[in-house]
Ligand binder design. Structure first.
Ligand SMILES: Cc1cc2nc3c(=O)[nH]c(=O)nc-3n(C[C@H](O)[C@H](O)[C@H](O)COP(=O)(O)OP(=O)(O)OC[C@H]3O[C@@H](n4cnc5c(N)ncnc54)[C@H](O)[C@@H]3O)c2cc1C
Length: 494
């Protein structure tokens, strides 16, 4: 008899663990609350404009490929990945910009215009991020579950020795004096909901990961990557039930029994939750069940920021923009403090702007751009009424881009305008406090201190995705599936 695995949620984490367990001979079903797979990686189209709603940057194709290889397949049989170079254009408040790329010489030439010593230090910085990368990725620490404190403690001396316990910003500051370079070599944690002034320099390895692995685009946008995962999952015999929210995880004597979907009880040997951690532990499990992640413990934890998103279909081209762009406020640390700690919606903002129509003509009508604008903002623990503030904030961003950033005629050329606020993350995807990134990835909320891949105290319950180890971002959630698979196999073999 095949062992029966039920997965809650068809995000990249759920699909990845599904493919892995099918490859190990499990009978696997995914129950997904929404009409689509992909979780945050969804897409929508309106009036011939197409928008990815969440993730846009594909990094670490070798980590994606590992999932396909597990099933004896290759990623290139399922989708076409196109390399992007430069990776992104970063615009600073003083009208200077840097085209960030993986090419050392191009980077050094640009950096030398601002600070020659900084340019000379570029190789040393990359060498340091390689050392960290080797310790985390090459040594496989992202793909094991940190169930024991001893595993974490045994790694601390090495982490301290290689400087992985500094913060990302203090690490960048050691190598660079110019504010631009300090930004471009420290901001990466924001991609995974982390505060660059707080998260450990372990995440500085992203600079090396991007440099060697590249930044990629999949034709048709992120949906094509989701479709590739769904296709492989279904080819292996997995079933996805859409519009099927899991209402409850039944636990009998601290062991998994079943899940409830549409009032029906479905038995399982193992349950793996890809849903938000807070939702899983506080909404799906009865209060009487003993669990480490109680309501009180979860309430005491620190949660990542959220994001305000604006999707614009614009019947005009803007040469100033590349496929990926970052437009910065003069304030770096102060703005981050406002978002993470002061929890106020500041008057200024920094924006990430995604324009896939630069690479893929299918994303917008001819002569037009599909533009996605992301502004990092406080999560729902802040006192912001997005039903009122959303419109005001969207107008502010459009005004800024037109008047101060010189996207001339932007407002008059908008054909599609849709916004997505922190409240939508909560309502549509059960993201606690409207943060899609879960617990903030600080040192004390990482690895052993993050909710474990194998749920503590409940036999047969596992977690996968952004909320567990190693954390958010597509590479992170795909590695989490590898860690969770190991834990499931170990549990089943006992
Ligand atoms: C705006 C934005 C931009 C991002 N940009 C990037 C990027 O460029 N590159 C990158 O690598 N990462 C990026 N990320 C991060 C990345 O998208 C996420 O970390 C990753 O997609 C999370 O995947 P997951 O599998 O953990 O969960 P999710 O995507 O959250 O999927 C969980 C699924 O569970 C479902 N669910 C929840 N509760 C239930 C229930 N009770 N029953 C059934 N189903 C349920 C949800 O509907 C959802 O489909 C971005 C994220 C966001 C939001």
């Amino acid at each position: 008899m095949k062992k029966k695995a039920i997965i809650i949620g068809a995000g990249f984490g759920g699909l990845s663990i599904g493919i892995r367990l099918l490859s190990e001979g499990f009978d696997v079903s995914i129950y997904e609350k929404q009409r689509f797979a992909g979780g945050h990686g969804q897409q929508f189209s309106k009036d011939n404009y197409t928008f990815d709603m969440g993730p846009t940057l594909i990094t670490a194709p070798d980590i994606i490929n590992k999932i396909f290889n597990k099933a004896g397949k290759k990623i290139e049989d399922y989708l076409e990945l196109l390399p992007l170079d430069p990776f992104y254009r970063v615009f600073f408040h003083d009208n200077s910009s840097i085209d960030y790329s993986g090419d050392s010489e191009q980077m050094k030439t640009q950096m030398a215009k601002f600070d020659k010593n900084d340019a000379a230090n570029y190789d040393k910085f990359i060498e340091k991020s390689k050392v960290i990368y080797d310790s985390v990725i090459t040594d496989g620490l992202g793909a094991i579950s940190f169930d024991k404190i001893t595993t974490m403690l045994s790694l601390m001396p090495k982490a301290a020795k290689i400087g992985a316990l500094d913060t990302c910003y203090s690490n960048a500051k050691k190598y660079f004096d110019d504010f631009r370079h300090r930004f471009i070599f420290s901001f990466h944690p924001l991609f995974i909901g982390g505060n660059p002034f707080r998260v450990p320099a372990i995440y500085s390895m992203i600079s090396y990961l991007e440099k060697t692995g590249g930044i990629w685009y999949s034709k048709g946008g992120m949906k094509s990557l989701v479709n590739a995962f769904v296709q492989l999952f279904e080819e292996l015999g997995g079933k996805i039930y859409y519009n099927s929210e899991v209402q409850k995880i039944n636990i009998v004597k601290q062991k998994i029994d079943s899940v409830i979907v549409a009032d029906e009880k479905i038995k399982a040997d193992v349950v793996i939750s890809n849903a938000d951690i807070n939702h899983t532990y506080t909404k799906l499990i009865d209060d009487e069940v003993s669990r480490k992640w109680s309501q009180e413990k979860l309430d005491r934890s620190k949660y990542s920021m959220s994001a305000f998103l604006l999707y614009l279909g614009v019947k005009k081209k803007y040469d100033k923009l590349l496929h990926h762009n970052i437009i910065l406020s003069p304030r770096y640390r102060e703005l981050i403090d406002d978002i993470f700690d002061n929890k106020v919606l500041a008057d200024d903002f920094s924006l990430y702007v995604h324009v896939p129509s630069k690479t893929d003509s299918s994303m917008a009508p001819e002569g037009s751009e599909s533009i996605y604008i992301l502004s990092p903002c406080p999560n729902l623990s802040a006192n912001i009424d997005w039903s009122k503030m959303g419109r005001i904030y969207a107008n502010k961003i459009i005004n800024y881009l037109e008047a101060d950033f010189d996207l001339i005629g932007l407002r008059d050329n908008i054909e599609v305008e849709i916004m997505f606020t922190p409240e939508d993350f909560q309502k549509q995807r059960n993201s606690y406090l409207g943060t899609p990134w879960g617990l903030e990835p600080s040192l004390l909320q990482s690895a052993y201190f993050r909710p474990h891949n194998r749920a503590e105290r409940i036999k047969g319950l596992f977690l996968v995705g952004a909320g567990t180890h190693p954390g958010a971002g597509l590479p992170g959630v795909m590695l989490s599936a590898e860690a969770t698979e190991k834990s499931v196999l170990e549990y089943i073999s006992k």
